[in-house]
Design a protein around this ligand. Sequence first.
Ligand SMILES: *Cc1c(COP(=O)(O)O)cnc(C)c1O
Length: 443
Amino acid sequence: MSAAEGTTRNAELFDRARAAIPGGVNSPVRGFGSVGGTPRFLERAEGPHVWDAEGSRYVDLVASWGPALLGHAEPSVLEAVHAAVSRGLSFGASTPGETELAELIAERVRAGGLAPVERVRLVSTGTEATMTAIRLARGATGRDLLVKFAGHYHGHSDSLLAEAGSGLATLALPGSAGVTAATAAQTLVVPYNDRAAVEAVFAEHGERIAAIITEASAANMGVVPPEPGFNAFLAETAHRHGALLILDEVLTGFRVHPAGFWGLQVEGGERFVPDLMTFGKVIGGGLPLAALGGRADLMAQLAPTGPVYQAGTLSGNPVAVAAGLATLRAATPEVYARLNRTADAIVAATGEALHAAGVEHSISRAGNLFNVVFAPRSPRDYAEAKTQRAERYAPFFHAMLDAGVSLPPSVFEAWFVTAAHDEAALDQIRAALPLAARAAAAG
Ligand SMILES: *Cc1c(COP(=O)(O)O)cnc(C)c1O
């Protein structure tokens, strides 16, 4: 099949979708806006692969944007989901599984004798988790301002859409229409990895700042890890001023280490205790589930024990909880070791191919999360991330896609490996890279 014929069915589906759904997509980055061309409509996924509506198979490095840690349609997860479905879909009442998952999250997020998650509340999306964490921080401190970093994405609630990374970076919007000036004014945006900027914002507004929210490692403007000591500095600075640190592990949590990016850092010798943490993506194993957790006294401020309201009709949905429990239970230390080896192999092959094609690049990495940057060094903040030769990504992306490898459709997104990527999948990636690297060189 030629490339032109090969996109016919996908193109038809996209046309039809655009007549029914804004932009044809239910989340913006799926629309291929920054890489152009026709999004693939997917019908099936298994192991390291996805299949589109034309029956073409791709090695997948999107992994549903993270949740497919074990690989797609992992048998033990499907079995748990089937068993849960057979008992009913939703009860609107407490279920034993919710407590098991809360206990498991609290138990997993421990390192170096520290245990920052004493209580957990389950919600349905990462957006709800961070939105609730902020409300809780404001309610608990009685303060109104929030500090966030440029290029960090925390979901699409109003307070958090200021300079919010990938989706918005891709569309080149500074924020979002529909967010009131009053709301925007309560979020103080500072450059990432910039201690002086954090100090300055606290020197000016310290008594009004409820919390700093930060991605445990930035990964929504491409991967941009915190510099050594930066997260601990944030905890110390927030606490010195009576504010809280919200560590957003929606993307990194249970993906880069059994205890998330925080666990990786504590194991590496950085000791700090966030007040609240947010989780999503991996903990739902592919179904809508997210969580916030933290200090017991703070979490007790949530309704019904406290005055900070939060609720959800489908919160702790039994099918999603079953998928989450099965996923976390299967995510053993061996799985993380395997994910690291897979990431190592793809990083090495990608670097070699780009080097051979003479493409100036670096590969930015945090644990098993990584991506190519078309600049000589990895960025330390959003301003620097935007200075790369981003136009090289579209030809690179499409050459990979034509060779059956599905990368994230934006240069500002992390690549996601799964435990199901085997030698055959890696070989297909290695085989695709040289031509894609040459396409990038020409781009
Ligand atoms: C994906 C993401 C969110 C939002 O989660 P949704 O489930 O998409 O609402 C929040 N924070 C981070 C760091 C994320 O990567």
